[in-house]
Design a protein around this ligand. Sequence first.
Ligand SMILES: [Zn+2]
Length: 457
Amino acid sequence: MDNERFYKICRDFDLSIHTDADELTHRFTDDVQARAFLEALVWPDQPFCPHCGSVRVYRFRPVKTTRGGEARAPRVGLFECGDCAAQFSATTHTPLHGTKLPLLKWIKALFYLLSSSKGVSSVVLARHLGVTQPTAWKMAHAIRELLDHRHEAEPVLDGEVEIDTKRIGGEPRKDAYTKYVWNPRGKGSDKSIVLVMADRDGRVRTSVVSGESAAELAPAIKAVVKPEAHLMTDGDKALAVVGQDFEGHSSVNHGAEEYARVERKDGKPPRRRRRNGKLRDDERNVHVNHAEGFSALLERSRFGVYHRFSRVHMSRYLDEAAWLWSAASSGTLTTAEGHSQGEVQAEPFVLQLMTLMPRAFGRQVRWSAKGGLFWPPPLRAEDPPAPSRALMLARAKEKNGAGHDLPRKDRPAGISSRGSRPLPAPVRLRATSPPFRPLPPGRPPPDFTDEEIDGLF
Ligand SMILES: [Zn+2]
């Protein structure tokens, strides 16, 4: 991570490294400061136009101009593109698009969610922020949109990667009123199946899968795990089949109460353990405890915070849990008695924002007409810039008459100079530049049609 930039942002906005909610409240009460903070995070290098990708952009001067006797100041944070003439701000086409809330509330919502251990429910978030529950719900989903890993085109999990499947759904129920309702545990239930993939560096990726056969699991695993990784699984036979396509595969047999063992990398029988129990260079620990630890966190989050993950939004809650898991780095704490004990500490808030906010552009969450949420399709490089240059020219021509787009000396008399600036061709960003990297579509689960999803809201 870019430490120098991290310290600079902390210095510029007078924030401590492990900032807290009080500090954020004091620093960003003024929307101008809050917006400057977001701009520094969303545009780490320089501002760019979210409509055409040009970096020839201009900030409106914060002076009042008088038009028709009425003083008008430009909106704080408003920019105009020098190429396509569209106006924008740091929140345009991000999950914060068109927000009417003070930005401080967004910064605090980010803080509460990212510094939680298992997420924050919309009811509690609403109390913290002083907004209604539906607003808090939308804000939390907008933040989850940032946590989605779908920008990763290449597999990221490397080294020893633990793979486990987990069923997520309600508790088994059988009582006088629901005598015939039986949600069995684990396999055989119709609960959602979640594939958990965790490497030993603290990274976790998840995927909702339609079944537990090798053919159904393999694509999801190969999308995020590098082929040179060594897979660790429990005794699942389908996972063993998938493991053949990777560099190596080891499993622990939970059925025989084996939860962890040491094996030698060259396949020889394990040697007698040394007394201090340290692992040698040619040995590896076989277990899926990281993946199961993550599954436990997920279960605590469902049981204690959200109570229920709807199938439609399941992948978003998984993204959130995976982010919180990865952002919690382990450290060692020495107690007063001199014992060392493990401590889990979340990555500093600003550092987390430095990773999340530059990917905000192109990810959007809006209210749907029915009061639910709507995820606009991702922006693509080949989409025409909105408002297109041709449309602007046509409008200007209609308003000002023919000839307005000619250079001033060739222009017929009486043509207004407003809108007469010949517009240069829009500059497209290079295909490799991050803001316009095409994102795969958002993640409504594949087994729902659009109508079914609409019906749920
Ligand atoms: Zn533009």
